[in-house]
Design a binder for this molecule. Structure first.
Ligand SMILES: Nc1ncnc2c1ncn2[C@@H]1O[C@H](COP(=O)(O)OS(=O)(=O)O)[C@@H](OP(=O)(O)O)[C@H]1O
Length: 355
């Protein structure tokens, strides 16, 4: 009886150790497989970075994103999770090679100019790696330091360009000095759009979040009888491009800046992309064959965006219908902007054709 009990215990123990060896092997195998698919980054970014970046920095973009299917406007981090399985594993692989670098080129503005479209079009280029969400480093999070900023960037290989877009940089007083302190060689891209349409687009976005907002005409005038425009309203202020540009030219020569026409980005995306690729010193890879005009959307869309095998347009928050604004209000605003527009044409040597 005693012998039987002892024999049983040994057998039991042997079985137990076999199970634990099996479990250890299984764990090891799973870990190795996990790493091979690029999911175990050896230099993981701090939890703060991941959470804050997703939840706070890009909240506007991510919020828009959550409700969309098959769109590319918003944080790429979120979008990547919506790709087909093969696409996402390719992306994980891509994310595990190379090193994180500070951006060599930044889309600094302007809000509602077409910055998302430009970034997504650029991401088609194999030599461009860009962070999808807006980091807001040079305006809101500068005190977090350059290392924090660099950690937000995707990994790049030799010869690839790191990019980001945060349209509010263009109108941030401190931004030029800060970007200059990072690198005087940073290439700066500004997508400009008719300031009147831009103001209406800006207003439309705010209205979509706050339906109780006063009317455009109520906000645009300081004094509606005299027709005095309220330049303290950000929707108006952002469109005084020449003023903001003066601020950048204190630090950067004009040759470091490229002005993209927001209008032509819609009517001739390949043409504008040609200029952008030249400016960035890239081969002209993104061409006409990458775009098609989507009649329903009313905008050019990508045949195959980065990491996807399906054509995709930007989401619902891009290309919204604008509310009807009385024509006399728009005319008054147009008069207001005219001298600033002419100044911009003179400063840049480009006529954007806004009447
Ligand atoms: N291809 C394509 N698809 C959709 N939308 C396009 C495209 N190209 C330019 N646009 C215009 O981009 C406007 C939004 O600009 P931004 O992306 O700079 O907006 S944001 O500042 O990031 O919120 C957006 O403004 P609204 O039309 O007022 O919504 C569009 O007119």
């Amino acid at each position: 009886m005693g012998c039987w009990t002892t024999g049983f215990s040994f057998g039991h123990l042997r079985a137990q150790s076999r199970v634990s060896v099996f479990l250890t092997m299984l764990l090891l195998f799973t870990y190795v497989f996990y790493c091979l698919t690029g999911c175990c980054d050896l230099t993981p970014s701090p939890l703060y970075e991941r959470q804050t970046f997703r939840n706070k920095l890009s909240s506007e973009e991510l919020r828009g994103n959550a409700s969309r299917q098959g769109s590319v406007d918003g944080a790429a981090e979120e979008e990547d999770t919506k790709h087909a399985p093969s696409d996402s594993s390719n992306l994980s692989m891509a994310n595990s090679f190379g090193s994180k670098e500070l951006p060599q080129a930044i889309i600094i503005g302007v809000k509602k100019g077409g910055t998302r479209a430009l970034l997504e079009f650029l991401r088609v280029h194999p030599d461009v790696r860009a962070v999808g969400a807006e980091p807001h480093f040079f305006d809101r999070f500068y005190d977090k330091g350059l290392e924090w900023y660099r950690n937000l960037m995707p990994r790049t290989l030799e010869g690839q360009i790191t990019m980001e877009k945060t349209p509010s940089y263009f109108v941030t007083r401190e931004a030029p000095a800060r970007v200059f302190a990072m690198s005087r060689h940073t290439k700066l891209i500004v997508v400009v759009r008719d300031p009147v349409t831009r103001a209406v687009s800006d207003y439309t976005q705010t209205l979509s979040k706050n339906p109780g907002l006063p009317s455009f005409q109520n906000l645009v005038f300081k004094n509606s009888t005299t027709g005095l425009i309220d330049t303290s309203w950000s929707a108006v202020r952002i469109g005084i491009y020449a003023k903001h540009l003066e601020n950048w030219l204190r630090y950067f020569p004009l040759s470091r800046l490229l002005f993209v026409s927001g209008e032509r980005l819609v009517t001739d995306p390949a043409g504008e992309m040609g200029r952008v690729q030249d400016f960035l010193g890239l081969k002209r890879v993104v061409t006409n064959k990458h775009f098609y005009f989507n009649q329903t959307k009313g905008f050019p869309c990508l045949k195959k965006p980065e990491g996807s095998s399906r054509p995709r347009c930007l989401g619902k928050s891009k290309g919204r219908a604008h509310p009807q604004i009385p024509s006399e209000v728009l005319l008054r605003l147009r008069d207001f902007y005219r001298p600033f527009n002419l100044k911009l044409y003179q400063m840049t040597g480009q006529n954007f054709g806004w009447e």
